[in-house]
Design a binder for this molecule. Structure first.
Ligand code: MD6
Ligand code: FE
Length: 221
């Protein structure tokens, strides 16, 4: 292509913000990566949540989490007064968690590969629902059996400010805005970094309504 049209496209390409932002040695934000999957993903998510609805869980310290949780896949993450753990059964129903739907798995595997983690084999998808005001305190993800696999995190709905800290609780975190369709992948040397989510601001997302839903995929077992 040549002439004015070619120049127009060249300029457009230059003005696109980077699709992949590196936020740590082995951590990336993949902007809009989930968008091509959304139409398949939302009906699957609805089926999962009909079987294992959101519920608010209590931490071992006795606090009720502000985010409501569910899970799908062979293992689901749960917390109660006895501690945090992965379980093959949904404690609300004593039935297995819903299976990990195909589009969710494909999205997670292909995001992991895009960030340099080939052969990701997730067996757990934790689903977090945040209404305005809900947050996630700084924590490390360390209930998984092995830390070789990355964590893949998909943001849907209202925007969030993600806190990405270091290896010590006191390390000052980076603040990273996450929007509908963004995917964060981290692993390797960054796998145990502290992280959290600031309180979600009031708002209504045109597709998801007044909430943020976050999916985190891991190899837990
Ligand atoms: C959230 N995410 O974004 C909470 N953990 O709602 C997490 O706790 C998380 O996004 C590990 C890796 C990526 C994450
Ligand atoms: Fe986490």
């Amino acid at each position: 292509m040549s002439g004015p049209t070619a120049d127009l496209f060249a300029d457009d390409a230059l003005q696109q913000p980077p699709r992949r932002e590196q936020i740590g040695e082995q951590s990336y934000v993949l902007r809009g990566f989930a968008l091509p999957w959304i139409d398949r993903l939302l009906p699957e998510l609805r089926r999962v949540l009909a079987q294992s609805p959101f519920r608010q869980m209590v931490t071992p310290g006795g606090f009720t989490m502000s985010a409501a949780l569910s899970s799908c896949g062979a293992l689901g993450w749960t917390t109660d007064t006895h501690g945090y753990r992965y379980s093959p059964l949904d404690p609300s129903s004593q039935q297995p968690w819903p299976a990990l739907p195909d589009a969710l798995r494909e999205l997670a595997v292909s995001a992991a590969a895009d960030a340099g983690f080939s052969d990701f084999a997730p067996d757990a998808c934790l689903i977090n629902r945040y209404v305005p005001g809900a947050k996630m305190s700084l924590h490390q993800d360390k209930n998984e059996r092995c830390y070789n696999a990355p964590v893949v995190s998909v943001s849907l709905g209202l925007a969030a400010i993600f806190l990405f800290g270091g290896h010590e609780r006191g390390d000052k975190p980076q603040k990273i805005s996450l929007f509908h369709g963004d995917v964060v992948v981290w692993g390797g040397v960054d796998r145990l970094r502290f992280h959290g989510v600031m309180p979600i601001k009031e708002g209504v997302h045109p597709i998801m309504g007044p909430q943020r839903i976050n999916l985190t995929f891991r190899t837990a077992g």
